[in-house]
Design a protein around this ligand. Structure first.
Ligand SMILES: Cc1cc2nc3c(=O)[nH]c(=O)nc-3n(C[C@H](O)[C@H](O)[C@H](O)COP(=O)(O)O)c2cc1C
Length: 366
């Protein structure tokens, strides 16, 4: 089937993608410099190596100093960071690729060590009882500070400015990281949001912050250049628990997103087995495809075969691959030619330098 396989067919929306294979956002912790900026000799080469993807989504990139929660992650809020990203986007564009930046705020997954001893911000003062990856290694998370209304307003502006900076840096678009237990997910979930103002309580209130950020970003960048990411059945990770209102909350969000003409909605299948978790949905694409009219991207443990199959079934338009892209910079060529894949080394996912980052080679038949 090689070149006729569904994953290799172009995808037409405002983005005009050359194929349906997307590189999923992946934190790689290579911005180990005082400015927390991407560099040409690391990030530039890494993303350029992967430009045969129909679309690259960058690693999560913090929208402000307040948003940071891991060591060596790049930002998109200073001049140096914008300049660093510009070198990356230039390289990708020169090779005919497209690239979105993932805009990130970790909320309560951060640690006072990142904030001169101050508490991280979150919708409510509830400790996720998780681990934070600090400059001194993994530490227990703390009880965060409940965001004031001013802090919520400020954070909305931080996302707006980050989107503006992304345009300056030459990105084709942005993805809001509203997934995986970070700030937006903390607002959505009853286990992390017990606010009694207009940002807590009802589903409408718990999703208000997300839609306000989306509206603010829209003032800087067209809707067709905005993607959003969710992991509806995330359970037992980052302190998030599925409850009876979880799926109705995501149903509400996804249905409301039909009112926008977004680049895509990016969903992850559950990261863990949720077959015994009450109220969780096991098959996310199947559940959400009928609810969403626009471009649907799916992610989570897909292979060449299952990726092709889900497009044929009509449950998704695009498939995002994470770990396979770490160790196969030429993943698209490998799928095209049915070449075998190289395994990834999880030990070098988050280490600094070139090892496990730039040294995975293209497939050679010889
Ligand atoms: C090393 C690594 C870093 C990741 N960092 C991010 C991130 O910054 N943002 C995000 O939304 N997901 C992140 N993820 C999740 C991936 O985007 C993806 O959802 C996950 O790897 C499952 O897809 P896969 O089975 O194709 O790898 C990361 C995953 C890995 C393995």
């Amino acid at each position: 089937m090689s070149k006729t396989q569904p994953l290799l067919q172009p995808y037409k929306n405002e983005l005009e993608l050359k194929n349906r294979i997307v590189m999923a956002p992946m934190t790689r912790s290579r911005a180990n410099n005082p400015e927390k900026k991407p560099t040409d000799d690391l990030h530039g080469i890494y993303y350029e190596q992967r430009t045969s993807a129909g679309l690259i989504i960058t690693e999560g990139s913090q929208v402000s100093e307040q948003a940071v929660g891991y060591i060596h992650t790049p930002g998109i809020y200073t001049k140096q960071q914008i300049e660093g990203w510009k070198m990356v986007t230039d390289r990708v564009h020169e090779k005919g690729g497209k690239i979105f930046i993932q805009l990130w705020h970790v909320g309560r997954i951060s640690h006072p060590d990142f904030h001169n001893g101050q508490l991280p911000l979150a919708p409510s003062a509830i400790n996720p009882n998780y681990k934070s990856f600090t400059p001194e290694g993994f530490k227990d998370t703390v009880t965060p500070k409940e965001m004031s209304l001013d802090e919520i307003k400020q954070t909305i502006q931080d996302f707006r400015k980050a989107a503006k900076n992304a345009v300056k840096a030459g990105f084709d678009g942005i993805e809001i990281h509203s997934s995986n237990g970070y700030l937006f997910h903390q607002f959505f979930s009853k286990c992390s949001n017990i606010r009694s103002d207009e940002y807590g309580g009802s589903i409408q209130n718990r999703t208000r912050f997300f839609f306000e950020v989306l509206e603010a970003i829209k003032s800087e960048i067209p809707e067709g250049r905005i993607g959003v990411r969710f992991n509806p059945s995330l359970h037992g990770l980052a302190g998030i628990i599925v409850d009876e209102e979880t799926i109705p909350t995501f149903d509400f969000i996804i249905k409301k997103l039909n009112d926008y003409n977004l680049a895509y909605v990016h969903l992850s299948e559950p990261f863990t087995d949720v077959s015994n978790v009450p109220y969780a949905v096991q098959n996310i694409a199947k559940h959400y495809r009928p609810l969403y009219k626009g471009t649907l991207m799916i992610n989570g443990s897909f292979t060449q075969d299952t990726g092709n199959a889900i497009i044929v079934r009509g449950e998704a338009d695009l498939v995002a691959f994470g770990k396979p892209f770490v160790s196969n910079p030429d993943l698209v060529e490998r799928f095209t030619n049915n070449w075998p894949l190289t395994d990834w080394d999880a030990d070098t996912f988050y280490t600094t330098g070139e090892k496990g980052y730039l040294d995975y080679s293209k497939y050679s038949e010889g």
